[in-house]
Design a protein around this ligand. Structure first.
Ligand code: MG
Length: 221
C-alpha cells in the first residue's frame, strides 16, 4: 500500500458552489457573445462543451471571431464576474474544513490545477482564506494533462501517489491519462454518468469526500 502524497483540486464546480457558479458563469458567457454581436448558445450547450481549452472547444466554433483571443474574452468575463462577486457564496459548504483537515495530514501536499483565469482564482482563494493551504497553484491551465504532470514533478510524487478531484470530463480524463487517481465530483458541471464514463475511480459529491476525509484516519491506496 502507498500513502497519498498529493491531493490536487480543480477549482470551479469542484471547490466552488454550483449554485452561485452556474448562473454567473453562463451570464458571463452571454456578456461575451453580446460584446461580439453573436447570438449566445444555450446554457446547456455551454456546460456540455466547455473545457479549459475553451477557445477551441466552445467560443470559436460558436461564432466568436478567430481574431478574439483568450485574453480578450477573459477581460470581459473577469470584469463581469467581479462586478457580481459575492465572497460569501464562493465555496461549497464543507470545502474549507476539508482542505484544512487534508492540509494537517502528515506528508500530504495540496495543489490546484484550474482553467480559471488568474485574477478570479486569486480573488477566490483570498476571499475564502484558502491561499495558504496550497503548495502548488496553476491557473489558466489550458492543458490539464500538462499542468497535472508539472504539479506531480514539482511536488515530487508519482502519479499513483496523487489524487485529482475534478467535476469535468476533461479533468478526469487528464488525470487518468497520467495514471493519477481520479475522483469525479458529481455536484459540479458534468453529470455522474459522464464522469464514470470518463474513467473516474470514484464519483461523489464534495460533501461525501469531506465525510471520508473526516472519518478515515489514514489515506492509503
Ligand atoms: Mg471544474
Amino acid at each position: 500500500m502507498k500513502e497519498v502524497g498529493a491531493v490536487i483540486f480543480d477549482w470551479n464546480g469542484t471547490l466552488t458552489s454550483m449554485d452561485a457558479e452556474r448562473e454567473l458563469s453562463y451570464k458571463a458567457v452571454v456578456e461575451i457573445f453580446n460584446h461580439y454581436n453573436v447570438p449566445a448558445p444555450s446554457a446547456e450547450a455551454y456546460f456540455s462543451n466547455v473545457t479549459s481549452d475553451y477557445m477551441n472547444a466552445f467560443y470559436w466554433p460558436h461564432g466568436i471571431p478567430q481574431t478574439a483571443t483568450r485574453g480578450d474574452l477573459n477581460k470581459i468575463r473577469t470584469a463581469y464576474i467581479l462586478s457580481k462577486w459575492d465572497p460569501a457564496s464562493i465555496l461549497k459548504p464543507n470545502a474549507k474544513d476539508m482542505v484544512r483537515v487534508l492540509y494537517d495530514r502528515p506528508n500530504t501536499v495540496l495543489g490546484i490545477v484550474s482553467g480559471e483565469h488568474a485574477p478570479l482564482l486569486e480573488k477566490g482563494l483570498n476571499d475564502s482564506d484558502l491561499w495558504q493551504y496550497f503548495q502548488y497553484i496553476k491557473s489558466d491551465a489550458v492543458s490539464k494533462v500538462k499542468w497535472l504532470a508539472d504539479a506531480l514533478e514539482k511536488i515530487g510524487v508519482t502519479a499513483r501517489q496523487a489524487i485529482y478531484l475534478d467535476d469535468s470530463i476533461e479533468g478526469i480524463k487528464s488525470a487518468r491519462s497520467l495514471d493519477m487517481w481520479a475522483v469525479g465530483i458529481s455536484d459540479g458541471f458534468a453529470n455522474e454518468n459522464d464522469l464514470i464514463a470518463a474513467g473516474a475511480d470514484v464519483v461523489m459529491p464534495l460533501s461525501s469526500v469531506w465525510t471520508l476525509v473526516r472519518n478515515v484516519k489514514n489515506l492509503h491506496f
